[in-house]
Ligand binder design. Structure first.
Ligand code: GCU
Length: 333
């Protein structure tokens, strides 16, 4: 962490914001917020967030800007979460699985089959009536505010040899999952042996044989180059994944009312742009991965759906989770 801290001091993080939000360490006297991302610069999340910074800076006359650090340069998601909580880093994109470890209500949106597709997901997660106080639930405990999210699209399994058609084909295979009890159970429901691991370690683990399989969306399959080492994509479509934008609560509360309104408006334009970019990026990723030798195969969907659907009953254990789940499902109908 020493390197990260040193960078934090040099790069004028959000800790420099004064109480009225007008002072800071940026070159023009504004505050440049540092955002941790684990994706490459060609990923739609980087593109949309980079544009966010530009628009925000312009709309606030340079009082606020966002500098996006891609490729886990500020740390993998678990570290980034901690750094935003500490105020060492200002913003981060983290997968829903990370927030499930802080408040178990978040796990509802990490369940297989809770979202039918990207449109349904985006409608649910940005509906204040549905999410209630979920996004402010970490403010007192962790100094973190959730601002909303980006889709991760539909996730499927890919293997170093394969493809797979049924859960039996995954028997004995070490499948990487995110650091989440739910997703460990999900891998097991799909027949595999689960190995939780940070995103940035997956390529090497697949290459060296530590892993036999991983699961993600086509965009990550291509941009993180996993297709080079695990080229057999099988359309399990087990989950529509979700990323959140989180911000240090003290920093957010230090913004003037005027700047906060601009920030919220530009962030909304950002997730809308991301959703628009997503389909095209997915098609492009499929084409490029195919050109690089990857294969895409359909699976026996019914064989996967049954054990995956059972996870909701097993993991929903309190009333607030049930209410979120019911509201999310109702929005699909
Ligand atoms: C997707 C998602 C990331 C997540 C990654 C993972 O790429 O956008 O936020 O970290 O999956 O599988 O870990």
């Amino acid at each position: 962490l020493t390197g990260v801290t040193a960078l934090g001091l040099a790069a004028c993080g959000g800790g420099n914001a004064s109480e009225d939000g007008t002072a800071g360490g940026g070159a023009a006297g504004g505050t440049t917020m540092r955002l941790a991302l684990n994706q490459t610069e060609e990923h739609p999340s980087y593109i949309a967030l980079d544009n966010f910074g530009e628009r925000l800076s312009e709309a606030t006359d340079g009082r606020w800007d966002v500098d996006v650090f891609p490729n886990e340069t500020l740390g993998a998601q678990q570290e980034a979460l901690q750094l935003v909580s500490d105020g060492t880093v200002d913003l981060a994109i983290v997968s829903g699985t990370q927030l499930e470890n802080l408040n178990e209500d978040f796990l509802v949106f990490n369940l297989p089959k809770v979202f039918d597709d990207v449109d349904h997901q985006m409608k649910v997660i940005h509906d204040q009536e549905i999410v209630g106080d979920l996004y402010s639930s970490l403010e007192d405990s962790n100094n973190l505010t959730v601002l909303g999210g980006f889709t991760q699209g539909a996730r499927s399994v890919y293997t170093t040899d394969g493809p797979v058609e049924t859960p039996e084909d995954l028997a004995g295979k070490k499948l990487r999952v995110q650091e989440s009890d739910l997703h460990i159970a999900m891998a097991e429901a799909m027949g595999a042996a689960a190995t939780p691991m940070a995103y940035g370690e997956v390529y090497t683990a697949l290459q060296s044989g530590v892993l036999d399989a991983a699961e993600n969306n086509e965009v990550s399959f291509y941009t993180a180059k996993h297709f080079e080492v695990a080229p057999h994509w099988s359309y399990t479509n087990h989950l529509v994944g979700l990323d959140y934008l989180i911000i240090n609560t003290d920093l957010l509360e230090g913004m003037s009312e005027e700047d906060r309104a601009i920030f919220d408006e530009e962030w909304q334009a950002t997730y809308e742009e991301h959703t628009q970019l997503w389909d095209e990026a997915t098609q492009e990723a499929i084409e490029q991965a195919k050109a690089g030798g990857a294969t895409f195969t359909e699976v026996d969907s019914a064989a996967f759906d049954e054990p995956l659907s059972a996870l909701a009953d097993e993991f929903i254990t309190n009333e607030s989770q049930q209410a979120l789940y019911d509201a999310a499902r109702a929005a699909a109908e």
